[in-house]
Design a binder for this molecule. Structure first.
Ligand code: PAF
Length: 288
């Protein structure tokens, strides 16, 4: 596996990779890799001839007082994991390479960025959309792979690709990969390492409460009361008042007050100790 840390190195390495032909799959990450990231790499390897991954802790998607400085950085360890999974090229730019002096552009995706995590983390999705637009233009992949764990992020990136007629990758080639979970159901996240042993044990209440809530919603229980009960259950388990517990249209993320025939998603963000956990699951009929 080659590692590129400047745009020139990346362009040279990509040209060499493309020389023999074949498709390029791209897995953008912020590092601190776990099995969830590796599932993206494995899917990219299945679908594409070459896999390019990136590691960049993007400062513009962290708000004031968030964990930018504390965010785990372990480039050598991550690079070894990517190499073992058959990644051909790692793009690991510096902040200066990504945002040189005078950088002035921001990509903002209205609507889908506004609620849920967008409400609790102002500017977060502008930072994500901007860096992903840059990464797409730098790597110009045939396909890109993102975890469904960050469901709103996936919706923001798909909307950006559709609205800007992105060519590399096209919107239909932005692939969402199912969330990888621990044995007790907790979704894998680089931030799970912030949890103390007690918090980690209590955090299993989140997926358990979501599963019960989905059963209740699918059996026709009223949406508002069922979501409120889920929030209470999380508080009883040791979480703070959740940022949101929402039933939303699976595509537009518009909040739903009733479960209809269209695919829906249960989305949650709640803090335990100092750690903010997010999760989401499908509700109702599966997407066609
Ligand atoms: O999901 C992530 O790790 C990041 O938000 C991404 C997509 C790599 C952009 O920085």
């Amino acid at each position: 596996m080659q590692t590129a840390s400047t745009l020139d190195m990346l362009r040279t390495a990509l040209a060499a990779l493309r020389e023999g032909g074949g498709t390029v799959g791209f897995v953008p990450t912020m590092g601190a890799l776990h099995e969830g990231h590796l599932s993206l790499v494995r899917r990219a390897r299945e679908d594409c001839d070459h896999v390019v991954a990136s590691i960049f802790v993007n400062p513009t998607q962290f708000g004031e007082g968030e964990d930018l400085d504390a965010y785990p950085r372990q480039l050598a360890e991550d690079a070894a994991m990517l190499e073992a999974e058959g990644v051909a090229l790692l793009w690991a730019p510096t902040v200066e390479a990504m945002y040189p002096a005078g950088f002035a552009t921001s990509v903002s995706v209205a609507g889908v960025s506004a609620g849920l995590c967008g409400a609790a983390r102002p500017g977060h999705f502008d930072g994500v959309a901007t860096v992903v637009a840059k990464l797409f233009n730098q790597v110009r992949p045939d396909r890109a792979f993102f975890g469904e764990k960050d469901y709103q992020q996936l919706a923001v990136i798909r909307t950006m690709a559709r609205d800007l007629d992105l060519a590399c990758p096209q919107v239909d080639s932005i692939i969402g990969v199912p969330t990888v979970r621990e044995a007790d159901g907790l979704a894998l996240s680089s931030r799970n390492r912030y949890l103390s042993a007690d918090e980690r044990a209590a955090a299993a209440a989140l997926p358990a409460a979501m599963r019960e809530t989905i059963v209740a919603l699918e059996s026709g229980e009223p949406v508002a009361a069922t979501l409120a009960a889920m929030g209470e259950r999380l508080i009883a388990a040791g979480f703070d008042q959740p940022d949101y517990v929402t039933l939303a249209d699976a595509d537009t993320l518009a909040p739903l007050d009733a479960l209809g025939s269209a695919p829906a998603r249960l989305l949650v963000a709640a803090r335990i100790g100092g750690t903010r956990l997010i999760d989401n699951m499908a509700v109702g009929p599966a997407r066609a």
